[in-house]
Ligand binder design. Structure first.
Ligand SMILES: C[S@@+](CC[C@H](N)C(=O)[O-])C[C@H]1O[C@@H](n2cnc3c(N)ncnc32)[C@H](O)[C@@H]1O
Length: 263
């Protein structure tokens, strides 16, 4: 009895100091973040000092909690992987609704593994490979892989460097932020290699478009997430690389965010 009341007293003190530091840092402008953080910490063991320091440094709550939600899954995260974005859920939806027949799927730049793993859950008969050049990211993806009954085959590859087969569908959310863009404070905590690409953010997208054609089976499809306004040069790149049909798909905010090329 004594023990549990002591525990709840400590928790209450911890909550009070977290609230105080949060409101000093964010000046009451981000109360929903505080709500998510407190909710997430409720069932976790955590070091108060570490949490307070991270709040002061405006570390995103997803990294403080080492966990976030994507589509139908809960993902372990650390600073080696991008925080999964709600925009990207549209890509998963589109794949499940339009390409459920795809037998072999490749996810390039898999990061936490969120895209590949969510697709693997919904398409249990498909064989899915997820690649990333970052070994640290792959460790995270492999940890998250335990939540699917159709495990993804994760491996290291610099885009297609370690790929020697063809696919019905290739998907990717590659780095697409320009080197010249001023990054929001929150983005500064995410891996630069997951965000930034040369040529105004287009370099990796263009490289994938060029190379993917040779790794698609006949009638295979490439689906890419991209940044605002990038669809124009990407469409041209697909046309130059013999893709027959091209579709543009909007994200949840009604902004062109995905380009789909049919071989
Ligand atoms: C924008 S993140 C996407 C992560 C995850 N797919 C998602 O949607 O949340 C891009 C990923 O591409 C990986 N990447 C960057 N350059 C790469 C390359 N040349 N070859 C393979 N992966 C690369 C990064 O390590 C990062 O994990």
């Amino acid at each position: 009895m004594q023990r549990s009341s002591l525990k709840s007293k400590i928790v209450k003190e911890e909550l009070l100091s977290i609230k105080k530091v949060w409101r000093n840092t964010y000046k009451n402008s981000y109360e929903e973040g505080l709500h998510f953080l407190l909710h997430g910490l409720k069932d976790k063991n955590f070091l108060l000092e570490s949490v307070l320091t991270q709040i002061k440094n405006k570390v995103p709550i997803q990294y403080i909690l080492k966990q976030w939600f994507f589509y139908d899954g809960e993902y372990f995260l650390n600073r080696h992987v991008l925080i999964p974005r709600p925009e990207t859920e549209v890509l998963v939806d589109y794949v499940i609704n339009n390409f459920s027949h795809a037998k072999k799927i490749l996810d390039l730049g898999t990061g936490s593994g969120c895209i590949a793993i969510e697709i693997s859950k919904k398409l249990p008969a498909s064989v899915i490979i997820g690649v990333d050049e970052s070994e640290d990211a792959l460790k995270v993806a492999k940890k998250n892989n335990k939540q699917t009954k159709n495990p993804v085959n994760f491996k290291a590859s610099n885009w297609f460097s370690n790929i020697d087969e063809t696919f019905d569908l290739i998907v990717s959310n590659p780095p697409y932020v320009s080197e010249n863009e001023r990054l929001d404070q929150s983005l500064k905590h995410e891996p630069r290699s997951a965000l930034i690409s040369k040529e105004d953010g287009l370099s990796d997208l263009k490289e994938i478009i060029t190379q993917a054609y040779g790794y698609l089976q006949d009638s295979g499809v490439l689906m890419l997430e991209h940044g605002i306004g990038q669809e124009v040069p990407l469409k041209q790149k697909m046309l130059n690389n013999s893709y027959k049909k091209i579709e543009l798909i909007k994200d949840i905010n009604g902004i062109n965010r995905f380009i789909v090329g049919f071989k």
